[in-house]
Design a protein around this ligand. Structure first.
Ligand code: DGY
Length: 328
């Protein structure tokens, strides 16, 4: 009898086909996430589960899936999964690292440039018929990127890809990281970036971008106190996870004009509530969590996710295992 797999959303065909060819596969038909009960209902007899970051795979869900061998996350981040319980239950958890690095770095830069040069405000201004004077000496003045100081919080794969782009803009790069790794070594040996502590990074940067996973240590890493340390008029961009920033504190810092602008791709609650005060801020550029959203990258992520799932269900160690203890 074929093993059973529940896929919580229609991921790109490149991966879905690989799964459906091998396993008895059920795909959640809607674009909205299944509820916890719906996940349990659909996956209770499954050996494999393909998840998205918007699926809460907590202890309640895991404990109700007795046959589960693998949770294959279609994302690099996996803060929505109770990995510790999965590990205790010998369930492999896999993710899709590496393949979305450059695409996400591109998006971080899109937000940096859009926020600094007020491009969304400018677009609205033209469309709304407000462009009535040919050239305004003080119209939509923004901040320079070239030659500015960029503070990168988190120097891993994506942080270093963002740094490489910054060198092309002749920026001074400051970074903060928990540990020395191959990416910090690359930046250090280039002589173009300097490791500093968070306090100095906040005080000295013109633009700050976050590239850290969400954990109990990084939850609300930046709040009122940290925003107060930042330069007047500085810019902040977040493409990691919403909850690493205290959104209420960010709202106040942007509304008061202490921070010049921001670009957010991620939020504490997704989708962003329709009545969120953030929507009122003209100096905030918003995106709906599309860091890895290029056609090519999403197809590769789907393939990688399928390869991870297939490996575990074939009794092999998957290429991208989050909890290696399961295979020890
Ligand atoms: C991830 O992979 O964690 C991103 O947030 C979505 O691609």
């Amino acid at each position: 009898m074929k093993q059973r797999v529940f896929v919580t959303r229609k991921i790109p065909d490149e991966g879905l086909r690989m799964i459906a060819e091998r396993f008895d596969t059920t795909v959640w038909p809607s674009d909205s996430p299944p509820s916890v009960d719906e996940i349990v209902q659909n996956a209770k007899d499954c050996e494999g589960l393909v998840t998205l970051l918007s699926d809460s795979i907590d202890s309640d869900v895991i404990s109700k899936l007795p046959k589960l061998k693998v949770i294959a996350q279609y994302a690099v981040g996996y803060d929505n999964i109770d990995v510790s319980l999965a590990t205790d239950r010998k369930i492999a958890v896999t993710n899709t690292p590496g393949v979305l690095t450059e695409t996400t770095a591109d998006l971080a830069w899109t937000l940096i440039m859009a926020a600094a040069r007020r491009i969304v405000e400018a677009d609205r201004y033209v469309r709304e018929g407000k462009w009535n004077v040919a050239w305004g000496p003080k119209l939509l003045l923004g901040s320079d990127i070239y030659g500015a100081t960029l503070g990168i919080i988190g120097m891993g794969r994506i942080g270093s890809a963002v740094a490489r782009r910054a060198f092309g803009f002749n920026m001074k790069v400051l970074y903060q990281t928990r540990s020395v790794n191959e990416y910090t070594k690359e930046i250090d040996s280039s002589g173009k970036g300097t490791r500093v502590d968070l306090h100095n990074l906040l005080k000295e940067s013109d633009i700050i971008t976050l590239h850290i996973p969400l954990s109990s240590e990084t939850h609300h890493l930046l709040g009122e106190e940290e925003f107060n340390l930042m330069k007047h008029g500085s810019i902040i961009v977040n493409t990691s996870r919403g909850a690493v920033i205290d959104e209420e504190a960010l709202f106040k810092a942007l509304e008061s004009g202490h921070l010049g602008a921001a670009g957010l791709d991620v939020f504490k609650q997704e989708p962003l509530q329709k009545n969120s005060p953030l929507l009122k801020l003209p100096n905030l550029v918003l995106a709906p969590h599309i860091g890895s959203a290029s056609t090519k990258t999403r197809a590769i992520m789907a393939k990688m996710c399928a390869e991870n799932l297939i490996a575990v269900l074939n009794g092999e160690r998957p290429p991208n295992l989050v909890n290696p203890e399961v295979f020890e």
